[in-house]
Design a protein around this ligand. Structure first.
Ligand SMILES: O=c1ccn([C@H]2C[C@H](O)[C@@H](CO)O2)c(=O)[nH]1
Ligand SMILES: [Zn+2]
Length: 148
C-alpha cells in the first residue's frame, strides 16, 4: 500500500454513527476474551473498504508468550472469510473494559499495515472515541508488501 500525502484525508470518512456501531462490536468482542492470565480483555472490530465487519478478542495460553491479541485475531478471521484477496482495512476499533484507551501493540500495528489499514479508533475513559490516522500516528514510515 502506498500512502500518498493526505491519503487519509482523501479517503471517504467513516460516519460517526457507523463508528459507534463498530466500537460497540469491539466492546462486545472484548467480553468474549480468553484472558485468564492477564485478566486484560480486549476486543477489536475491523471495517473493510467493502463495509464488512470482522471482530476478534484476545486469546491467551498457559504458555504465556503464545497469546494472540484481539486485533490480529480479527485480521486472521477477515482473511479466512475473505480469502487471499482480502480487502483493504478501512478502520479498526479497539475496546477494553479493563483499560482506556487501549492502543494496539507494535506487532498488531505491523500486522494491520499489511492490509492497508487507514485509521484506528480507541475509546477514552469517558467513552469518547478518538480517531488516529494510521500513517501519521500509528505506524509512520512503515515497511510493507510493496517493498519486497
Ligand atoms: O491492543 C492490545 C493490547 C493487549 N492485548 C492483549 C494481549 C494479552 O492477552 C493482554 C495483555 O497484554 O492483552 C490485545 O489483545 N490488544
Ligand atoms: Zn497486539
Amino acid at each position: 500500500m502506498v500512502f500518498p500525502k493526505g491519503a487519509t484525508e482523501m479517503a471517504e470518512t467513516v460516519e460517526e454513527r457507523e463508528l459507534e456501531g463498530l466500537m460497540r462490536t469491539a466492546r462486545e468482542a472484548a467480553h468474549r476474551a480468553y484472558a485468564p492470565y492477564s485478566t486484560f480483555r480486549v476486543g477489536a472490530a475491523i471495517l473493510t473498504e467493502n463495509g464488512e465487519v470482522y471482530a476478534g478478542c484476545n486469546v491467551e495460553n498457559a504458555s504465556y508468550g503464545l497469546a494472540i491479541c484481539a486485533e490480529r485475531n480479527a485480521a486472521t478471521t477477515m482473511v479466512y472469510r475473505e480469502g487471499p484477496e482480502a480487502p483493504k482495512v478501512r478502520l479498526v476499533a479497539v475496546a477494553s473494559p479493563d483499560a482506556a484507551p487501549c492502543f494496539p501493540c507494535g506487532a498488531c500495528r505491523q500486522f494491520l499495515r499489511e492490509f492497508g489499514c487507514e485509521e484506528i479508533a480507541v475509546e477514552s475513559e469517558s467513552g469518547e472515541i478518538r480517531r488516529l490516522s494510521f500513517e501519521r500516528e500509528i505506524l509512520p514510515n512503515s515497511f510493507g508488501p510493496e517493498a519486497l
